[in-house]
Write a protein that binds this ligand. Structure first.
Ligand SMILES: [Zn+2]
Length: 279
């Protein structure tokens, strides 16, 4: 099987897999050029419920087991092979919270596939608080989208996010207009956003959306509104699972970025007005 496009197996790759991969999901890597003995890594980061903040967690297991030492003493080379590996980490600050992961690895000539088959404690499903508030009228779809995303059910997640964009795009445009009005944004953006409310072919809307945002809503020139209109123009049926997963994540990010930027600007404006109004 081709190894093109597969990432190399690195400590960083294993770390991110342990931290974020859902239970029973798999990742495939190219075996590293410098052979490694096992999947062991020294540290992960996780939100510690005792310290109430994200902390490094260190590996609790001794570096070499008795068997490792015996093999080393007999000069038997050890290579990563098909089998299982368990990890146990504890928070460096409180030493109280622990993270345990069980991983199965399947090794062939050039690649390794790892699957997470156990994890304690259960991972949280991440929800964006601001987005949750903005989508409170569409809560059911957002919940389903987030759950599908957390299990990496890409096709389903993308379908739900696409529906969410469809249902809420006009509310998003309203927020944008409000922001443009109060920040004295230029007329061109204003007219563009308004014309997005009118009936026109989707290809036209994508073009308009891609030009309609003021600079502060386009981090490094990336236009989240353009991306959202792109999503509306795409059908789910032709796309492979992985592609859908990528698009679902991107849609979630674009929505979260726009909604949280607009909401915090609105809040700042209100606070400023109430302070200065009293002078
Ligand atoms: Zn802690």
């Amino acid at each position: 099987m081709s190894t093109d496009g597969l990432p190399n197996l690195t400590d960083a790759g294993i770390k991110s897999f342990l931290e974020t991969a859902p239970l029973y999901s798999q990742r495939r890597f190219k075996l590293p050029l410098t052979p490694r003995k096992n999947l062991r890594i020294e540290e992960i980061d996780s939100f510690c419920e005792v310290c109430d903040q994200t902390r490094p967690f260190h590996n609790n297991a001794l570096r070499d087991t008795g068997a490792d030492k015996a093999a080393a003493a007999m000069l038997i080379p050890q290579y990563l092979s098909t089998g299982k590996h368990s990890f146990s980490f504890s928070c460096v600050s409180c030493r109280k919270s622990i993270r345990i992961y069980m991983v199965e690895q399947i090794v062939d000539d050039r690649t390794i596939t790892i699957q997470k088959y156990g994890q304690l404690p259960r991972g949280d499903i991440p929800r964006d608080k601001t987005l949750q508030r903005f989508l409170k009228g569409d809560r059911d779809n957002y919940e389903k989208a987030v759950i599908c995303l957390s299990h990496e059910y890409g096709i389903a997640a993308f379908a739900y996010f696409r529906r969410i964009v469809e249902n809420n795009i006009y509310r998003l445009l309203d927020l944008l207009l409000e922001d443009l009005k109060s920040s004295g944004g230029d007329d061109e953006n204003f007219i563009a956003i308004q014309s997005l409310r009118e009936e026109s072919p989707m290809s036209e809307k994508i073009k308009i959306a891609n030009l309609a945002l003021p600079g502060h809503l386009k981090p490094d020139g990336l236009n989240p509104l353009g991306k959202l209109y792109q999503v509306l123009s795409e059908g789910v049926h032709n796309l492979p699972e992985e592609e859908c997963l990528k698009k679902a994540k991107a849609t979630s990010e674009c929505l979260a970025f726009l909604v949280s930027e607009l909401a915090s600007r609105k809040e700042h404006r209100a606070r400023f007005k109430s302070m200065i109004g009293e002078l």
